[in-house]
Each structure stands twice: as structure tokens, then as C-alpha cells.
Design a protein around this ligand. Structure first.
Ligand SMILES: C[S@@+](CC[C@H](N)C(=O)[O-])C[C@H]1O[C@@H](n2cnc3c(N)ncnc32)[C@H](O)[C@@H]1O
Length: 448
């Protein structure tokens, strides 16, 4: 190696894994006062277009920060192959405490791939080649951790945007598990939806699948004639940042924000007015609408919007989340919230079909079984359907989410339809159709 003073702009560090250098100004200050004590190491590029940085990424960034034009460099005699370069970079980085898990995952993958490119892939029983065990040894980490990092790196490379907000390995693995579940649901949904309908129960299941419409409610509802539905269950987006609220409640949301279609707070009152207008138009006379809302911050706004058209009172219906795990981040000041509420509003003079107190105690869906962040338990929906509708009624659900309201309606001999914007929610819904829409006892007897 030779010591040379090289123009900084001829040194390429763009392909290095490490991209964030915290507290760079401190090192820059030190270099400014004491000079660069340890030169950086570079290697001539094969195409002679400049130099590749091999060691000293932080020092190089500090010199750039100081706007130096040249840097003292130790130059290797020959171009360094990529594998060697990565190995050196890794050796430099491996002990770093601030190396992010994303950097580590990508570096592990690149090393693994380069070793395979050089030695071929190890095949069980054949001998030779490079294996995950060897990468694990090289990285000084366990085989299972290496395996996890390789999986994470695969996913990051396929969808870097999805991982851009992920802070640690646990979150990355949760996201991967969710992606896998979605993919599995997509495959299952395609299989179920394509099944030829040969029996009455198949036909009914097809009808249920088609009742979940992927479309904007405001567009889709235009085709629905005036006064043509018997009951409406509105569980709208809440006009709040659900993820932020969940976090402040002590819950870490497992859902990517992009799946959940929220309405910005400043548009919420206009959104509510539009929803209520359309619901009033399509609901028959002497029928019910229920409308979920949170106490904060929209209770009065929702109440007034509903009252523009329907009759309702502030004495709401309450879903008490019986025996459900509750947390609050601030137990000294706040009791954990254990309920959700809905207005029940009438157009004309409907009747309540099955008497029930206005508190509905039902356990929430356990988080590991949830497909949708605000999914209601089907038993709760069954009770609400029985309370406000009769068999044969047609139910509208403007904002379907998991679609549990439709599953409940169909299994209780009502029909219905509704809308959502997110395909993955529908895939999960389709998966549940054969599990929930079962042949009646009489049909089973006939040989269904
Ligand atoms: C509160 S969730 C409904 C949850 C549902 N009650 C359940 O039990 O699963 C509201 C849903 O409305 C959907 N959404 C938001 N804007 C929409 C629109 N303009 N048209 C149709 N669906 C919409 C969201 O994707 C979200 O899934």
C-alpha cells in the first residue's frame, strides 16, 4: 500500500451499506484541530475511473463536512474484488454498536451471496459449496439469527418502502409475518372464489363473496336505488390518526398505515354529512341505522350530523369489551377504555325486533386472530342484527373492514352488501366465508 493525497471527489463510497453517521461534527472538530491521524484506505477501481473506499467511511464523511478537497489515503496496490471489499467493510463495521439491523441484514445477505458466487451453494449430502452456517460463523452470529437476517433482507429488497419506518428486528419480523399472512389469504381467497358453484350452499357463498365490493362507498352507492335497504351499519374511519392513538393507549399497531384509509380531521365534518345523506337516501322508511363513533373528539359533531336527517338520542348503544385485555399508558391518570359506542337512529317509526339492554357485553377479537385493526366480534354483530333487523332484510355496510357484519347478516338469513377500498381485507373476508356460512341442518340432511 502507498500513502497518497487524493482528491476527495475521486473516492466513491456510494455503495457502502453504512449510510448514517451520527455525531459526525464531533469527529470533524477533532480532525480540524488534530489533523487526520489515521488515513483512510482506498483501492483503485478496475475501470480506472477513481477509487473505492475500503475503510474509513466516517472519516471521509468528516472531511467532506469540513469541505476538504483532498484526503490522505492508503492506496492498495491492486483493485480489490467486491467480496474482499465487503469482507473488509464488514470487519470494520461488525463491532459497531450503532449499526442498524437493516444495514446488518443487507450486509449479511450480500456476504452470503458473494460467498455463494465464489464457492457455489452448499447442497446437503453433496459436500463443498458455501452454507448459511459458514455465513453465520463469518458474521459471528447464530445460524438462526443469520437465517432471520437473510429473510429480512429479502423482504427489504422487495419492498424497501414498507420497511422504511421499521425500527427494529421485532417489528420487521411482525411485518413479514403480516405480509406472509396476506399472501396466504390472497391464494386461499382466489381458490375459494374460483370454486365452481354446484350446490345451494356454494351459490350462497358466492353471493356472500360478491356482496363485498371493492370500491369507494360514495361512488358505489350511486347505483343503489332510493329506499332500497332495510338496515345500515356505519362504522366509518374515525377521523383520527388511529396508529398514533393506539400507541398512546399502550398498543403497538401491527397494521401498516397504508392499508387503513383514514380521513384527515379537517375534512371529517363534510365526510360525515355526505355519508349520512347517502344513507338516508337508500334506507327504506321505518328502518334503523346504527352509527359507531368515539366519545372523543367527534361525539357532538356526529350527533348533530345524524340529527339533520334521522331521529336519534344521545343515549347511545354501548359495546362493553367484556373480559378483554385492556391497557393504558397512563394508569395513574386514565382508566383503560373498555367500551365503544354507537348511535341508533331511525327513519320513520321502526320497531326493535329483539329486546336487549343498550349495553352489549362481548369479548373483543384477540389480537392474534384479528385481520382488521378495528374488527368487531361476530357474536356482537349477530346480536345487533337480531335487535335491529328481521330475516330476509337487506343490510348495507358502507365501510366493511373485515366484513364481519355481512358474514353475520348472511348467516342469520338476511342478505346485504357493502364497500371497502382495501383488497387484502376482502381476501381475509373470503377466507372466512366457508367457515361461517354453513349449510343449515335441513340441507345437511338432504346431503349437502
Ligand atoms: C372502522 S373500519 C370498519 C371496521 C368494521 N366494522 C369491522 O368490524 O371490521 C372502516 C373501514 O372503512 C374503509 N374505508 C375508508 N374510506 C372508505 C371509502 N371511501 N369507501 C369504502 N371504504 C372506506 C377503511 O379501509 C376501513 O377498513
Amino acid at each position: 500500500m502507498t500513502l497518497k493525497e487524493l482528491p476527495i471527489e475521486s473516492i466513491d463510497d456510494s455503495d457502502r451499506f453504512r449510510q448514517n453517521y451520527p455525531n459526525l461534527h464531533l469527529l470533524a472538530e477533532d480532525i480540524k484541530v488534530n489533523g487526520l491521524i489515521q488515513p483512510i484506505v482506498v483501492s483503485p477501481k478496475k475501470d480506472e475511473s477513481g477509487y473505492l473506499l475500503i475503510a474509513g467511511g466516517r472519516r471521509l464523511r468528516a472531511m467532506k463536512y469540513l469541505e476538504w478537497e483532498t484526503a490522505p489515503c492508503l492506496v492498495t496496490d491492486d483493485p480489490v474484488e467486491e467480496l474482499e471489499l465487503r469482507e473488509k467493510e464488514l470487519a470494520e463495521n461488525i463491532q459497531r454498536e450503532d449499526m442498524s439491523f437493516t444495514e446488518r441484514a443487507l450486509l449479511t445477505k450480500r456476504i452470503h451471496e458473494l460467498q455463494i458466487a465464489k464457492h457455489g451453494e452448499a447442497r446437503p449430502g453433496v459436500g463443498g459449496g458455501h452454507s448459511i452456517d459458514q455465513t453465520a460463523e463469518f458474521m459471528d452470529q447464530s445460524r438462526s439469527q443469520t437465517h432471520r437476517l437473510l429473510t429480512i433482507a429479502d423482504f427489504i429488497e422487495k419492498d424497501p418502502e414498507a420497511f422504511s419506518n421499521v425500527q427494529n428486528q421485532k417489528e420487521a419480523l411482525a411485518l413479514i409475518q403480516k405480509a406472509r399472512k396476506s399472501l396466504e389469504a390472497k391464494k386461499n381467497a382466489a381458490r375459494i372464489a374460483q370454486k365452481k358453484a354446484e350446490t345451494p350452499i356454494d351459490l350462497l357463498r358466492q353471493q356472500v363473496i360478491h356482496s363485498y365490493i371493492i370500491e369507494d362507498f360514495f361512488k358505489g352507492i350511486k347505483d343503489t336505488p332510493d329506499e332500497s335497504v332495510d338496515f345500515i351499519e356505519v362504522d366509518p374511519p374515525y377521523g383520527i390518526d388511529l396508529q398514533a392513538v393506539r400507541k398512546s393507549d399502550g398498543f403497538k399497531s401491527q397494521y401498516a398505515e397504508k392499508d387503513y384509509n383514514e380521513i384527515p380531521a379537517q375534512h371529517y365534518p363534510a365526510f360525515l354529512a355526505k355519508v349520512i345523506e347517502e344513507c338516508y337516501r337508500v334506507l327504506k322508511r321505518n328502518r334503523w341505522m346504527i352509527f359507531w363513533t368515539a366519545q372523543e373528539p367527534w361525539f357532538e359533531v356526529v350527533y348533530k350530523a345524524i340529527s339533520q336527517r334521522f331521529s336519534t338520542t344521545r343515549v347511545v348503544g354501548v359495546w362493553y369489551k367484556e373480559r378483554s385485555a385492556m391497557q393504558t399508558l397512563n394508569p395513574r391518570l386514565r382508566l383503560p377504555n373498555a367500551y365503544e359506542m354507537f348511535f341508533y337512529a331511525n327513519k320513520g317509526q321502526p320497531e326493535i325486533y329483539e329486546q336487549h339492554p343498550n349495553v352489549f357485553p362481548f369479548q373483543s377479537v384477540p389480537p392474534q386472530q384479528k385481520y382488521h385493526p378495528t374488527e368487531r366480534p361476530i357474536e356482537l354483530m349477530d346480536q345487533l342484527i337480531r335487535t335491529f333487523t328481521k330475516p330476509g332484510d337487506r343490510v348495507l355496510v358502507p365501510f366493511l373492514g373485515s366484513g364481519v357484519t355481512l358474514l353475520s347478516a348472511f348467516r342469520l338469513d338476511r342478505t346485504g352488501f357493502g364497500f371497502d377500498l382495501t383488497e387484502s381485507f376482502k381476501n381475509h373476508f373470503i377466507q372466512r366465508v366457508p367457515l361461517i356460512i354453513k349449510p343449515s341442518k335441513a340441507d345437511q340432511f338432504k346431503g349437502e
